[in-house]
Ligand binder design. Structure first.
Ligand SMILES: [Zn+2]
Length: 213
């Protein structure tokens, strides 16, 4: 019973995130864009342990893992100075089917925690246009991404959209466009993780890991 909780990243019994995973995440910022990826502020590269922890959020220790990842997002946002002058935090709602399957919306959980840590209100400003879910669509359709409607009027409001992981960027682009169409200005985006594409970084991270081992 003592070891009921297992690490979301590596399945080690003990805490919601074990010490090894916690430290691994600290060094996993996506370095190839200094935390910015096409205007998206990212806390982590979506590789290795960071990837395991973000995926673990779906299945295990949601509250604790969400809090931890949100803390990393907040640190990154504050580092970039993007938190200054923000009015409200929101998220791009997942499809109703996925929400039903998981019982919660990962983006919403992160957005609410990030907002609380930044001392900002979190509001549901986006509605997803209903259509086939991301997984049931062709690659071309997925690249076009989901469509969102924003409400209410957001004239001059400075909005931060929070998400768990950015893959094609289509979701955040669609969310940003919907918010901007209602007058939000600027729309910033922050995510827990973004894919790391540059081979040089892979080599570097591998070297660091073997050094650590
Ligand atoms: Zn672990």
């Amino acid at each position: 019973m003592i070891f009921e909780t297992r690490c979301a990243g590596c399945d080690t019994p003990g805490g919601a995130i074990c010490t090894v995973c916690r430290f691994a995440l600290l060094g996993r910022a996506p370095r190839h864009h200094d935390g910015h990826d096409g205007g998206v502020i990212a806390a982590l590269a979506f590789t290795g342990r960071a990837r395991d922890v973000v995926i673990g959020l779906k299945y295990r220790n949601r509250r604790a893992v969400g809090r931890h990842l949100a803390g990393l997002v907040v640190n990154r946002v504050v580092e970039t100075g993007a938190h200054q002058g923000l009015d409200v935090v929101t998220w791009a709602p997942t499809s109703p089917r996925r929400r039903r399957e998981r019982g919660f919306d990962q983006g919403e959980l992160l957005a609410r925690t990030v907002a609380r840590q930044l001392g900002l209100p979190c509001r549901r400003l986006l509605e997803r246009d209903t259509g086939p879910s991301q997984t049931g669509r062709s690659r071309a359709e997925r690249l076009r991404g989901p469509r969102f409607r924003a409400r209410p009027e957001l004239g001059g409001r400075r909005v931060l959209v929070v998400d768990d992981v950015v893959t094609t960027g289509a979701t955040l682009q669609a969310a940003g466009a919907a918010l901007a169409s209602r007058g939000a200005e600027p729309v910033l985006a922050a995510v827990a993780a973004t894919p790391e594409r540059r081979p040089a970084n892979v080599v570097e991270l591998r070297a660091r890991r073997s050094h650590a081992a």
